[in-house]
Design a protein around this ligand. Structure first.
Ligand code: SF4
Length: 246
């Protein structure tokens, strides 16, 4: 099948392209990501993708970069650090914009179907990606090739590191940078709290062991004192017996 594969970045493209090619698809990549801010970040991800794809003989089309269009849909939902439902709604609007663009272009250019690399990330809403991919493809009258690529995320991470690829640490939009930083800080705090709890639990164990040692020492000292007293009494009796014999 001639497949137009929406790609969010280079690292996320590694495993989906390998698997889709192995399944026999003829791939063209579409970089359609008006969500990414700032523009320098958008350009850096695109350039990373293009450099790798050219080594792989994979054609890359750059879609429209229209941050105003993104602001008019997903951007209106806004910041959603502490509100999972709000964030889900924002990400849905963001997927919809990008996948509708992919489907429209695919239909216009005679592709048989569309796919996306978004589902390689465990930080995305896989079920929503699937729904939006199917919805966009159906509206354009083409096929949706959805696959949950999350089991290959670790391998994608390993390969992208070994290739020295640029790896961003946030999803893309202006909200996700701060949200990802807050999540990293939260994970760090959780790990620190777990280490402290472990240290405290260990301290309790050490204190209990020391108390047991002290109790054994006191028991031993009491026994020794009792034995010494017995020996002193016996000695006194023996001395008394000796003086009576004389
Ligand atoms: S977090 Fe990612 S998927 Fe969600 S709105 Fe931002 S860029 Fe889009």
């Amino acid at each position: 099948m001639r497949l137009l594969l929406h790609a969010c970045c280079g690292p996320c493209s590694l495993e989906p392209t390998r698997l889709l090619r192995a399944a026999g698809h003829d791939l063209t990549i579409l970089y359609a990501n008006s969500n990414i801010a700032p523009a320098e970040e958008y350009a850096r991800r695109l350039s990373t993708l293009q450099t790798w794809a050219s080594d792989e003989n994979l054609p890359v089309i750059e879609g429209p970069y229209n941050p105003a269009a993104w602001e008019a849909c997903a951007g209106r939902v806004g910041e959603a650090a502490n509100d999972p439902e709000r964030r889900r709604a924002r990400c849905r609007a963001c997927y919809r914009l990008r996948l509708e663009e992919t489907a429209r272009l695919a239909a216009a250019e005679g592709f048989d179907g569309i796919g996306t690399t978004l589902s390689v990330s465990p930080y995305q809403y896989t079920d929503v990606i699937r729904e939006e991919l199917n919805r966009a493809a159906a509206a354009a009258g083409i096929q949706a090739i959805f696959e949950d690529f999350r089991p290959f995320y670790d391998e994608a991470t390993r390969r992208s590191r070994s290739l020295g690829m640029y790896r961003q640490n946030y999803c893309g939009c202006r909200f996700s940078d701060a949200e990802a930083a807050a999540e990293r800080a939260e994970r760090k705090a959780t790990r620190a709290a777990a280490r402290e709890a472990e240290r405290a639990a260990h301290a309790d164990e050490l204190a209990a062991a020391e108390a047991e040692r002290q109790a054994r020492r006191a028991e031993r000292a009491a026994y020794d004192a009792k034995q010494a007293k017995k020996r002193a009494i016996l000695k006194a009796l023996r001395e008394q017996q000796t003086s009576e014999d004389h």
